[in-house]
Write a protein that binds this ligand. Structure first.
Ligand code: BTN
Length: 325
């Protein structure tokens, strides 16, 4: 009911009478009054004026399921949202929820992760209130080989979501970091459970650093936070909502062709590596070249001694030759 009250107040943007709320929600006016008080306790500023009713004056920067559901504008993504104040890792949570039958489009959000995971076995620090740490659970009917491109879907969604919310255009470091002023503001960890030729489920974990924070020494040089870079305060729930809307959009394009060709050009316009010298850390031997952009399969094209090679994200990592980008 709190979620519905928030929805009605948000849609109206002005005062809504207790009577109208009670009849729209089909509950007593006392029940409305109680729920409004609970929302106030949770940090919502709700003005109550006699004969006019209630007005939502301000919302707290919380990622609760009721806040996220009340601002949700997506069609299928986030229809079910699990919120944890503290958990180990939203990717781990989403995997076990998937095994217990959670459906396609479920979103798992945590305020704190005490065992947040990054790529290549690294840790991902996730302090309280400092960022948006969440995972999208997908159960698509696709081939395991096509799943790696979902990381690019997520990177596009984050880049566009940040651009909309922060008003600053980020860049993408192929395949899955989002950067601002050359520093990493977001990481993506895509994991999947498969049979030989069948995908059971895929979890796409996204971590965006929003508030200035003390990063671990080993990444302090290359990490940053959204607010540090754009100099204004960012609403975490609005950012998460924008990323979900964009994810739904780019996922739709991906499913149309089973590749990234429909947004390849847009991805390339965000690509920080484009035209730069990169070092490809291939297990078979590292080499340098010039990054040209991605192809329709989401692979990075690198010009190496006059020849164009295709770099697949599963096997290698790419760095700038002078540092992170
Ligand atoms: C990386 O850049 O190495 C990937 C970082 C991914 C972090 C996110 S935060 C939400 C989700 N849960 C995790 O444990 N990891 C991902």
């Amino acid at each position: 009911m709190r979620e519905q009250i928030l929805k009605v107040l948000r849609e109206s943007g002005s005062f809504v009478s207790g009577q109208e709320l009670s009849s729209r929600l089909n509950v007593s006016r006392t029940a409305v009054w109680k729920a409004v008080n609970q929302l106030k306790e949770a940090g919502y500023e709700i003005e109550a004026v006699q004969n006019r009713g209630y007005r939502l004056a301000a919302a707290p920067d919380v990622l609760s399921a009721e806040e996220l559901s009340s601002i949700r504008r997506t069609a299928w993504l986030g229809e079910k949202i699990y919120f944890y104040r503290e958990t180990d890792s939203t990717n781990t949570r989403a995997r076990s929820l998937a095994e217990d039958g959670a459906g396609h489009g479920t979103v798992v959000v945590a305020e704190i992760q005490n065992a947040g995971r990054g790529r290549r076995g690294r840790q991902w620090t996730s302090p309280e209130g400092a960022g948006v740490w969440f995972t999208i659970l997908l159960k698509p009917d696709i081939r395991p080989d096509d799943a790696a491109m979902l990381t690019l879907v997520a990177a596009m969604a984050v880049a566009r979501g940040i651009e909309r919310t922060a008003g600053k255009r980020p860049q993408i470091k192929w395949p899955n970091d989002v950067v601002l002023s050359g520093k990493k503001v977001c990481g993506i960890l895509t994991e999947m459970s498969t049979q030989i030729d069948y995908v059971n489920h895929i979890v796409v974990g996204i971590g965006v650093n929003v508030k200035p924070q003390a990063f671990p020494a080993e990444i302090a040089e290359k990490a940053t936070a959204l607010e540090t870079e754009c100099g204004k305060s960012i609403s975490r729930p609005q950012l998460l909502e924008a990323v979900l809307e964009e994810f739904e959009h780019f996922y739709g394009l991906y499913m149309e062709t089973m590749d990234v060709s429909l947004f390849m050009e847009e991805y390339n316009s965000f690509l920080v590596n484009k035209g730069r010298q990169v070092k490809v850390l291939d297990p078979a031997g590292a080499y340098e070249g010039t990054a040209l952009g991605i192809n329709g399969r989401g692979e990075l094209l690198v010009e190496r001694q006059g020849e164009v090679v295709t770099v697949n994200s599963g096997e290698v990592s790419v760095r700038g030759i002078y540092g992170y980008v």
